[in-house]
Design a protein around this ligand. Structure first.
Ligand code: FAD
Length: 352
């Protein structure tokens, strides 16, 4: 019997799940994406799209056979994007290889992050402090830093590319607000919950909260395919990432702030701090092309969890995939692979 599946959410997490489902299950399923916001209106649109981990991601609710699912979602994502960035259609998919520095103030180095980068990246090496301080004179004594090659996924190109893949594979899309999953059970056998920050409205989980980020995009040729991220242990880390839509300058990570207006004070802070840290980029107001705000869907851990339910006597499956915080673009593919694997295992076991 053909399974009827619905993905609620059309951010990078929902789109990845929908595409992965059609890749794996083909015509044995119908898949419909339902969302009330698409592309430009989503949080995913604001992200720079760097694949960057502070340490192996933590996952909750997962009951499958993977021993270290957090590490797995990071590796699956990285390998997929790295391979994608090396293919001829990489530009169309919004993927590119990038290199740069990951800097840490004294005391903020995370050994787990180091191990993950060391294993994952094709090029990764620690840089001596004197060398770092020659390039970044503002770096305090006792800081550490690595040089690495990684991948960027530009959501503004990647999400339309995913959507096109989904539609080509027969996927369907509905623009609608979902008030409760109960609305969906009469029509669907399986629902994926990829609603990000607004998941508490549909679940009993109140552990998701916003972390406000404002970013500037500027046309800076000097930053071509480079990045630097300064982990200074505060909610205002200086960084830049080159993307095809302009170099993203940041940043702010303000916990439990849900206001969405671009703030002049944050603009001034970002311009000032990035000019001081990265003078070689020649940042000026005239080069600014866009400024945006997004609310990162934080949660103590990403929820990747399958629930079996009953609706009017029929067995139903609800799979949660939300709470990706600062890493939703970077981790979306790995989470989609694991979420769809959870479904296929459950279908094999339960014969819905
Ligand atoms: C400034 C900034 C910079 C960032 N930089 C990076 C980065 O470099 N790398 C990285 O990996 N991540 C980054 N992130 C984080 C990343 O943007 C998020 O983790 C990611 O976008 C979350 O994706 P999502 O699909 O879960 O949510 P969203 O993109 O918010 O999508 C949620 C979807 O759910 C739908 N929805 C919700 N509730 C309902 C409902 N009741 N009915 C119907 N539809 C509903 C919405 O319409 C939307 O389609 C950044 C975020 C910000 C703000």
């Amino acid at each position: 019997m053909v399974q009827k599946i619905c993905v609620v959410g059309a951010g990078v997490v929902g789109l990845s799940c929908a595409v992965r489902m059609k890749d794996v299950l083909g015509d044995s399923v119908t898949v419909t994406i339902i969302a009330d916001k698409f592309f430009k209106e989503t949080t995913s649109h604001v992200a720079a799209g760097g694949i960057r981990f502070d340490s192996a991601p933590t996952i909750s609710g997962y009951k499958g056979s993977r021993q270290n699912v957090g590490r797995d979602v990071a590796f699956i994502s990285f390998n997929e994007y790295y391979a994608g960035a090396s293919r001829p259609d990489a530009k169309k998919a919004g993927m590119h290889i990038i290199e740069g520095y990951s800097l840490k103030y004294p005391g903020v180095r995370d050994k787990h992050q180091e191990l993950l980068y060391r294993e994952m990246c094709k090029r990764w090496y620690p840089v001596p402090e004197e060398e770092l301080r020659a390039i970044f004179p503002l770096l305090p004594k006792g800081s550490e830093g690595d040089f690495l090659e990684s991948v960027m996924i530009s959501p503004r190109t990647y999400m339309p590319w995913l959507m096109q893949r989904f539609i080509q594979k027969g996927g369907m899309v509905k623009n609608a607000h979902v008030n409760s999953f109960d609305e969906l059970w009469p029509e669907y056998d399986v629902v994926f919950n990829c609603t990000g920050l607004r998941s508490p409205a549909l679940t009993t989980d109140d552990s998701v909260y916003p972390v406000r980020g404002q970013v500037i995009r500027a046309l800076l040729p000097a930053s071509e395919k480079k990045f630097t991220y300064v982990n200074n242990g505060t909610d205002r880390p200086p960084y830049y990432y080159w993307t095809p839509d302009g170099t993203v300058l940041g940043g702010t990570k303000l916990e439990r702030r849900a206001d969405m207006n671009v703030l002049e004070a944050d603009h001034d802070f970002i311009m000032d701090v990035t000019k001081k840290w990265f003078p070689f980029l020649n940042i000026t107001e005239e080069k600014v092309v866009e400024e945006s705000v997004g609310l990162r869907p934080y949660r103590p851990s990403i929820r990747l969890e399958l629930e079996e339910l009953r609706h009017e006597g029929a067995k139903k499956i609800l799979i949660h995939n939300y709470g990706h915080g600062s890493h939703g673009v970077g981790l979306s593919w790995g989470c989609a692979v694991v979420a769809v694997e959870m479904l296929t295992n459950a279908l094999l076991q339960s014969k819905l």
